[in-house]
Each structure stands twice: as structure tokens, then as C-alpha cells.
Design a protein around this ligand. Sequence first.
Ligand SMILES: O=P(O)(O)OC[C@H]1O[C@H](O[C@H]2O[C@H](CO)[C@@H](O)[C@H](O)[C@H]2O)[C@H](O)[C@@H](O)[C@@H]1O
Ligand SMILES: O=c1ccn([C@@H]2O[C@H](COP(=O)(O)OP(=O)(O)O)[C@@H](O)[C@H]2O)c(=O)[nH]1
Length: 463
Amino acid sequence: MVSASRSASAAQVLVASNRGPVSYAVGEDGELTARRGGGGLVSGLSAIGDREDSLWVCSALGEGDREAVRRGVGEPGVRMLDIDADVHADAYNGIANSVLWFVHHLLYQTPLEPVFGPEFRRQWAAYETYNRAFAEALAAEAGPGAAVLVQDYHLSLVPGMLRELREDLRIGHFSHTPWAPADYFRMLPDDVAEQLLRGMLGADRLGFLTGRWADAFTECCVRVVGGTSGTRIGVHGLGADADFLRERARREDVDERLAALREQVGADRKVIVRVDRTELSKNIVRGLLAYRELLDTRPEWRERVVHVAFAYPSRQDLAVYRDYTAEVSRVASDINSAYGTDSWTPVVLHVKDDFARSLAAYRLADVALVNPIRDGMNLVAKEVPVVSDEGCALVLSREAGAYEELGEDALCVNPYDISATAEALHAGLSMPADERAERTKRLAAAATALPPARWFLDQLEAL
Ligand SMILES: O=P(O)(O)OC[C@H]1O[C@H](O[C@H]2O[C@H](CO)[C@@H](O)[C@H](O)[C@H]2O)[C@H](O)[C@@H](O)[C@@H]1O
Ligand SMILES: O=c1ccn([C@@H]2O[C@H](COP(=O)(O)OP(=O)(O)O)[C@@H](O)[C@H]2O)c(=O)[nH]1
């Protein structure tokens, strides 16, 4: 960890995102420790750090990050913005994750409904302030004619704001989420919907993970603001980083965790693996219920399979995420109480983020379960086949962006259909080893077609 030192105002390529590549924690001894930021956006953008002329502008997300900013500690080429904590909380928890995330992932269902009243308006004002802070920092840091790539729904207003401050810049925006169908998007107050779209249309070019999300965005523009007003739109299906993953997954710390997992699972048992943030859109509870149904309807699997579920903490400031986390644990322990025996624990649930252990689980999996209700891409689905030791069947939701590229060799499911998911798990567990290996090879090839470095460069060149 060093003081951020790269010359800032010379930056020719800038990335802006809420979450940055590292986050900091203050230890009991007062020392700061850095750890890799979670989630797929960070995995995808990691290649940018190799460029000398780049700057990654991100937000301080917690007390550790704020302390790092105060002490002037940081990674080279990264600038963390210490935006007022209340403004950040309203923008990130209130607007981005409680409203925009829910709209794009179709998560509002009774009794979870949007409430567009005074609190929303206060949070919306904070979202504007938050976006303006990014626009101003980018305007100050960008060299003449620089390219700025703004990331995701946290920063939808930044392209329009930045355009007003700096006409010389080339501005792109990339959405890592799905985009809501127009009828659902128009649930947002009219002025807010319009501001979001006009903010994004301030960019020269907009990127999406799949054609499906790009088309939904275009349809929203046609319905709400009359069209996309000359802004170019492109599709870039972010893939897994094969070189990084294969090397990282064979290191000693992963081997150690693999041995521990093998011991926990027990000899001669098959393993169904899932790895997610504990996130409503990932549909973890329905996944567990499908596993329960498998044990119920196909008793031949009892004692012969273990479901290894990693559900690492996410957005815990929000009550709805905390409740969901508790529900995941409750359903997992219900299954263990109902079916477990002295020698067999049907579900092994880990709720602490551990990248090395996740890679170990990828290696071990006979079946990977990826069943989101909706997901921009889902990199886990792309990473498992790359890392797998002996081939792995992939049970994949048709509502994940990854389905467009992996659909042919995965066992595809409607994520709401628990029985169909249980049947797909059975099919995965029963798949002959040679078929599984063949499919895994093809899945890995499709999953790595557009590695992160190329994904990033393509956008830069197109801009
Ligand atoms: O930053 P958090 O609030 O902790 O959330 C983590 C990230 O979640 C979302 O990731 C998405 O990006 C992936 C890569 O393109 C994609 O595969 C996945 O489907 C998306 O869910 C979010 O869009 C990011 O901004 C967050 O950092
Ligand atoms: O303990 C872990 C397990 C996984 N991941 C990474 O988190 C990302 C999850 O991305 P995905 O697109 O599947 O979903 P997101 O969380 O971004 O919605 C993947 O690249 C994983 O390798 C991680 O950072 N820590």
C-alpha cells in the first residue's frame, strides 16, 4: 500500500464507479489493511490498473476508506472521493440500491413497494449531489480530450453533468445491470425517469452487457424522452479472465481450502456449488428450496450430495438485505434439520467473503447453481467452467445476461420454477463424466471470449 502518486491531471483514461478496486479496514492496532473490492464490476475493471495514463475515481465506502483518504493512503492510479457520509448513504443505499437496483431487477413485489414521497425526494437530491461530486472530480482530473468511462446506475447523471463542465472529453457510460422493461421503468416518477435517461444520454456512447438490456434502454428512451438523440449504443459481453483465474486458482491458499472443503463434504459425495453476494436478485432462497425438493423427490441423492453455498455479505445497511441474509440461513438450517444425519450435513453455508475459498469451491463443483431472477451478466457462471478441475454441469437461469453466451451448454431454468430447478440439479448430478467435461470445455471457451482487458479496450476504441 503506497500513497497515491500518479500524476493526476495528466490522466487520459478515467474510470468512475461507486465501488473501487480496494477497500480499507482499520485494524485494532490502528493499521490500515486493504482488500479487493467485491462483485463483478471490480473483477471486470481490474485490467485498467496496468495503464500508466489511467485514473480510477471511486467513492470511499466506509470508515476504513475514509481514514485511508484522511491519511493520504491509496493505490497508485486510484482516487477515492470522501463524499459526505449522509449524502453517500442516501445516494447509494437509498436511490441506487433501494430504487434503481430494484427497478432494473424487477424486485418490487408486494409487500416490497417503492414509496415516492418526501424521503425519496431527499434521497434523490443526495443522488444528484453525489453525481455532481463525481462529475466535478472527473472534470478536474481529466487531461485535454481524455476518455472517461462512467460505470453503472450509481452514476447515471454524471455523463450529462460532465458534458456541461468539459465539452472536450469523450464520455462513455457502461451499465452492469439489466435494464428494466419500459412499463416497469415508468414506475419511477416522470421527472426522475427523464433526468436519469437524459443524464446517460449526455454520453457519446453507452454500453450494455447484452442486446436485451440495450434494447430495453432504447425502448425506455423512445417512450420517455422521444429517442436516444444520437447517442451511440454498444454491447460488450464482459467475459472471465482465464489467465488470472487459472493461475490464482492453483495457488497454495486455494489448495488448502480445497482440502478443507473436501473433508467437510466427505468422500464419494457430489457437490452442488453456488457463490453469490447475499443479494435478492440472486434468488438464493429459491435455490435452496429447489435443493430441498431434490432431496425430497429423489431420495437416492440423500447422503450422496452436499450443497456448498457461499453467500457473502452485501449491502448490509439495508434492512431488506439483512432480512434476506437471515432467511437464507434459516432455510439452510431447516434443510439440515429435516434431512441431515450424524454423518451427513446436506447444506454447508458460508457467509463470509473469501475469494480463495470460492475458487476452491469452483474447482470442486460437480454442479454449479446460478439461478438469479435477473442479472446483468453473472461472472460466477463464467468463472466456474474456467477453473473446474474435472468438469462441472452449469444450472443457469435464462434471466442472467450470461445465458446469451452460455445457454447452449448449460442446463437452463426459469428461476421462479423451483421444481424445474430441482430437476435441472438432478440432470446435472446425473450427467455422464465425458459429457460434462465436453460441455465444460465449450462453456469455458464461450465464457472467456471477451476477457476484461479486451472488453475495456473495445469500449475505449469505440469511444
Ligand atoms: O458494489 P456493491 O453494491 O457491493 O455490489 C457489487 C456489484 O454488483 C453489481 O455487479 C454487476 O456487475 C457484474 C459485472 O459486469 C455483472 O456480472 C453482474 O451481473 C452485476 O450484478 C453492480 O452492477 C456493481 O455496480 C456492483 O459493484
Ligand atoms: O469471495 C468472493 C467470491 C467471488 N468474488 C467475485 O465476485 C464476482 C461476482 O460477480 P457477478 O457478476 O457474479 O455478480 P455481482 O456480485 O457483481 O452482482 C465474481 O467475479 C467473483 O469472482 C469475490 O470477489 N469474492
